[in-house]
Design a binder for this molecule. Structure first.
Ligand code: DGY
Length: 324
């Protein structure tokens, strides 16, 4: 006997508890083997499904939507939703949801960890030690740059950017400057101890630049060769936003030529591929898109994506819809 529950696809492996909750409301097909599907495979799996539990890896665009006319909602287990063509979804009446707030502090923690690892050359020195190259103490061995008392420049002052600003200003006595599409209100600026500046001034002044801006065609290559040329030769650059915000090829050249001191990257253009030149320069810390990866936070993200589907499935509006 066929089920009267709506059919959904869970496009990637998730916590078994999340699947069990979804199965109370939906007929669920899931990818617990965590296979990497081509677009054609995703389309084939979405046939007959009204809902999809997605991650940033599944591109939901006009071609997918047109091939899956029964699809009504895609719930992303991510705060970022640049994998959604939101205009194409809106034009076809397909809802999109994301998972904001639940990962803010965890991601800000990671941004700060990556900044510290980059400035203090932690992974570079660990590789040196593991390779058996440590023979003596030297006055300049892996000398990096200070965090405390330095100037932190944040591009993208949403919730995660604000979390990084608070950590820098309150925890490390940093002078925090930021650039954003719009200026924060005075009370929030005071709480974050952050001053608004133009992008060029930020790049010229900051000792450490952290990118937390969402990806869109307008933010593509926010940092390229011209922007790197404005930065101090001692500066560091951290990207926890999205691949494509930084021109990775230009950054690799700048790192090799020591035009800036170092970079820390959690996201990459075309990930999971990483630009081969980044893999061969020593002054970059590379991590595989794990800024939100703590067990409690990933559970909260999965729960929120499931809650969005369940709210839709039970006739309530989705909790955290995204808009074009
Ligand atoms: C997000 O939530 O957008 C993170 O980058 C995880 O994909």
């Amino acid at each position: 006997m066929s089920s009267s529950k709506p059919k959904i696809l869970v496009a990637r492996a998730v916590f078994p508890e999340t699947l069990a909750r979804l199965a109370q409301h939906f007929e669920v097909e899931s990818n617990q083997a965590d296979e990497t599907w081509s677009k054609d495979q995703l389309i084939a799996k979405l046939q007959g499904k009204q809902g999809a539990f997605t991650t940033g890896s599944e591109r939901i665009d006009a071609a997918v939507l047109d091939a899956c006319p029964e699809l009504k909602i895609c719930a992303n287990m991510a705060v970022g939703y640049n994998n959604f063509d939101v205009d194409a979804m809106a034009a076809r009446g397909v809802l999109g949801t994301n998972a904001p707030d639940v990962l803010t502090e965890t991601t800000a923690d990671f941004g700060f960890a990556l900044l510290m690892a980059t400035a203090r050359r932690i992974t570079e020195s660990e590789h040196f030690l593991r390779a058996g190259k440590w023979e003596k103490w030297s006055y300049d061995m892996f000398a990096g740059s200070d965090i405390h008392g330095s100037t932190l420049g944040i591009i993208g002052m949403g919730r995660i950017g604000q979390g990084i600003a608070r950590r820098g200003a309150h925890g490390f006595g940093m002078n925090v400057i930021y650039h954003n599409r719009s200026r924060l209100d005075a009370a929030l600026e005071a709480e974050c101890k952050a001053s608004y500046v133009g992008k060029e001034e930020l790049l010229k002044t900051a000792d450490h630049v952290v990118l937390v801006v969402p990806y869109s065609p307008a933010s593509h290559h926010t940092i390229g060769a011209a922007e790197i040329a404005l930065m101090k030769p001692t500066a560091t650059l951290v990207n926890i936003a999205r691949g494509g915000i930084v021109d990775d090829a230009a950054l690799a050249v700048a790192l090799r030529e020591k035009r800036i001191a170092a970079a820390g990257l959690d996201v990459f253009e075309g990930e999971p591929k990483v630009h081969p030149d980044l893999l061969t320069v020593p002054n970059v810390v590379l991590t595989p898109h794990i800024a939100s990866a703590t067990v409690p936070t990933r559970r909260a993200m999965a729960d929120l994506a499931a809650d969005n589907l369940i709210a839709w499935g039970t006739g309530k509006g989705p909790l955290t819809p995204v808009t074009p």
